[in-house]
Design a protein around this ligand. Sequence first.
Ligand code: 13P
Length: 303
Amino acid sequence: MDHSDFIEKIARLRSERNVLILAHNYQRPEIQDLADYTGDSLGLARQAQETNSETILFCGVHFMAETAYILNPEKTVLLPEKRAGCPLADMITADDVLNLKERYPGVPVVCYVNTSAAVKAVSDICCTSSNAVAVVNSLPGDAVIFVPDKNLGTYVASLTGKKVISWPGYCPTHHKITKASVLNLKKQNPGAVFMAHPECQPEVLEIADHVCSTSGMYEYARLSKANVIIVGSEAGMLHRLSKDNPDKVFLLPSKDIICPNMKLTTLKKVYFSLKNKETKVVIEEPIRSQAQSSCERMMSILA
Ligand code: 13P
């Protein structure tokens, strides 16, 4: 079967079963085109909360589908590829967070959404790349524990002026973006602007014209007057950026800025996931409801 066969079969099943298909901005082009909504972590969590569909098929990585379930335990959340994890999320455990809390008593814990449900359950509030600054600013006191992304933690510290106690986690894909590669592209393309995801290293963010979430990049690109835009994030971004802005050129600092986990989801896997109702994402109580509190605190904050 080729792409069009799978697209046809998926179309039939999704409407028969009233399934909402969500896709992250890093998914393969054909998955992005198929989805009811393609967006960043916060946008996807909002869509999951607002839908009337009883089933959500999540084309993304594990923590994203988990977040959809944490917020909507009455719904069936399907992940087409159960091996689609996030190395950054795997860099911290709930025990690590409990140790930090013991070391810094009374300091609120902010966890990036790229964490397991167990880590969310022992944190005070969750955040995404699009609302991290607003979340940290909403907390009392002049210090926060911020896990697990050290780069996002450093970025948040620079904008909030708070003392940020970070965990040394990082996204291996964003770490491939170097300052030298961006400067090289800028030299080759005078007038090019550089937009970067806050998971990039501090020295890369320092030379960015704009720092934002993946969905923030679509807005920035749409409004930018530049003809050439350097994208400091994953390769999947280029699909919709180029489609929506045919008059602009989008460049990646290097060809290998690819998240292997995001690319595990294929049309074939989406079809079998729909057909066989697999793999269901379920988080046991009380972890789920404890994680829900930290996610809902975040959802109530307007970024
Ligand atoms: P966004 O929420 O900005 O899409 O980021 C998610 C992510 O995991 C980036 O690597």
